[in-house]
Design a protein around this ligand. Sequence first.
Ligand SMILES: NC(=O)c1ccc[n+]([C@@H]2O[C@H](COP(=O)([O-])OP(=O)(O)OC[C@H]3O[C@@H](n4cnc5c(N)ncnc54)[C@H](O)[C@@H]3O)[C@@H](O)[C@H]2O)c1
Length: 246
Amino acid sequence: MRVLVHGITGHMGQIIASLAKEGFADSTLAGGVSPDVETEGNGLFRSFDSCDVQADVVVDFSFHTATKALLDYCISRNLPVVVATTGHTAEEKVAIVSASERIPVFYSANMSVGVAVLADLAKRTAASFPNADIEIVETHHNRKVDVPSGTALMLADSIKEARPEAVFNIGRHENGRRKPEEVDILSLRIGNVVGIHEILVSTGNETITLKHEAHSRALFGEGALRAASFICGKAPGLYNMKDMIK
Ligand SMILES: NC(=O)c1ccc[n+]([C@@H]2O[C@H](COP(=O)([O-])OP(=O)(O)OC[C@H]3O[C@@H](n4cnc5c(N)ncnc54)[C@H](O)[C@@H]3O)[C@@H](O)[C@H]2O)c1
């Protein structure tokens, strides 16, 4: 699988390039596109306009404003695309969905296969114990700005599928007993932690703790390349992590 990396000069683009050079998920590096490329050549391009490499799939870790150029290129070459970039506007999201009518598009704001498995386990555990108390605890480094983490909100969505009556509280900061339908999302910010997400489910007689701990951002790169391998050869459509771990 020959991978063209959009955003190749960035943190994640460099990780994808290294993994592809190592042959992760049967991949090879076809080339890369980024406005920050210093000198074009050897498979590196400043824009899709000049990009003429042979590739089987495009993996995108760039900036959301580049979405239209990305999708136009993939549609014109009939290439599947993994969109891992985040922060899309409503209009850009519509463009992604409409591109998926013509080419396979894998779109996920969290490329961690482990987090996808955790979300699935959280949903199944919540369904198995309808009366249990559930709490979500997320821990990240002291530089993180958003609270709670996007991943914690994604886990909450997954629990909500099994427990539609759940009411999610961001932090517990008022006196009073917890209500049965409450699910608290608690955030810790400490040191250099890459990211820990825990879901505690307790009936009173037993507690199940589901925990995912990220050690390196390379896990997103590995997930994106597995996603690329998953959509190669698929029919046009919109795919995500849930489809991949089925
Ligand atoms: N889905 C996931 O699991 C996941 C994980 C990590 C990062 N991300 C997202 O991936 C994106 C990149 O993250 P990063 O940490 O590598 O960022 P980065 O800033 O290190 O790299 C961004 C890359 O995009 C390129 N770029 C910037 N503006 C551009 C534009 N207008 N057109 C084309 N290319 C442009 C830059 O040249 C660079 O190559 C972000 O949106 C980030 O939130 C997603």
